[in-house]
Design a protein around this ligand. Sequence first.
Ligand SMILES: Cc1cc2nc3c(=O)[nH]c(=O)nc-3n(C[C@H](O)[C@H](O)[C@H](O)COP(=O)(O)O)c2cc1C
Length: 202
Amino acid sequence: MAKNEITLPEPRRKSNVSLEEAIAKRRSIRDFKDEAIGIEEVSQLLWSAQGITDNVNKFRTAPSAGALYPLEVYIVIRRVKDLDPGVYKYLPHQHKLVFIKEGDISTKLVREALWQDWIAKSSIIIVISAIFERTTVKYGKRGIQYVYMEAGHSAQNVCLQAVTLGFGTTTVGAFNDEGIKQLLNMKEEEIPIYILPIGIPK
Ligand SMILES: Cc1cc2nc3c(=O)[nH]c(=O)nc-3n(C[C@H](O)[C@H](O)[C@H](O)COP(=O)(O)O)c2cc1C
């Protein structure tokens, strides 16, 4: 049985891998070992995407135009120790996961990602979506650009964090928006932007 809520362990703020090493090593990786990763690593990756790093102002790991935070972060769990496969949404303020649906949806996700079958070999898949209205309400049409920029900041954090954990990932932009939206039970006004399959490189 999947759990309704999962409190994630506290992310660490120190690493033996320098930022320079992580930048130099980052490469799109599309071949993964069929191995489970730990909940600590899931916690670290989600924190890097959108975790709270300022408890007073509630600012996050990635910059956001007007601090309006249009991004939403999902995780598709395939192989994580002590967790059943399923889909969860990340709540940055509580550093928690909330249950969305049970089961390994990776083959369905492959279909919606234009049959990029290597995606189904990853241990987890992080999906970044956005509610554009949160930003366009203040910045109008220009806000649309801002939201895509922010998804890039968040995804780059995940890419570099993955390197520090010995994992590999690729930023996937080729997919059918409507299909991904339905698969992850996204809201009507929400648009998926990036898919990041993550695993241990082969
Ligand atoms: C916006 C964007 C969309 C991308 N979409 C895909 C994709 O759908 N599938 C894929 O395998 N790689 C995708 N990539 C990864 C690129 O192919 C990759 O970054 C490029 O080949 C350079 O290799 P590197 O990331 O190892 O430096 C995408 C990259 C970006 C920035």
